[in-house]
Write a protein that binds this ligand. Sequence first.
Ligand code: RB5
Length: 141
Amino acid sequence: MPKIVIGSDHGGYKLKNMIIKHLNGKGLETVDIGCFTEESCDYPIIAKAVVQEVLNNQSRGILVCGTGIGMSIAANRFNGIRASHCTDTFSARMTRMHNDSNILCLGERITGAGLALDIVDIWLKTDFEGGRHLNRIKMIE
Ligand code: RB5
C-alpha cells in the first residue's frame, strides 16, 4: 500500500497524531502534511495539500478537523476525490466497498479516539467492490 497521507487543522491535531502513531505502530507508512502545532489554522489549505498528494500518488488520505465536515466539504470540491466523513465503522466499510472512498474525514470533537482508530483500520483494509459501483462513480466524475 502507498504511504497514507494525513493532515489536520488545529481542531484535529491531537487525533491526527494518534492516528499516525497507530498506523506507524502497525508498520504502515504515513506522510504528515500538517498542521504541526495547535495554533489556529485554515482547514481548506490542509485539505487541498492532502488532495494533491492523493491525486498525484494515487494514494489514500485521512483528514481530521473538529467535526470532519469542513474537511470533507473542502476535499470533495476536487475532481477525482471521494471524501467520506465517517462517524461509525459500518459507514467506513460501505464507503470503501461502494464509493471507493479515497479520503477519510474524521472529527476529533465528535468521535472518540478508540472508535476513530477502528474506523481508520476498517476503512484502510476494505476493498472497493467495483462492478455496478464503478459505473456510478464514473457518473459522478
Ligand atoms: C475549527 O474551529 C473548526 O471549525 C474546524 O476544525 C472544523 O470543524 C470545520 O469544519
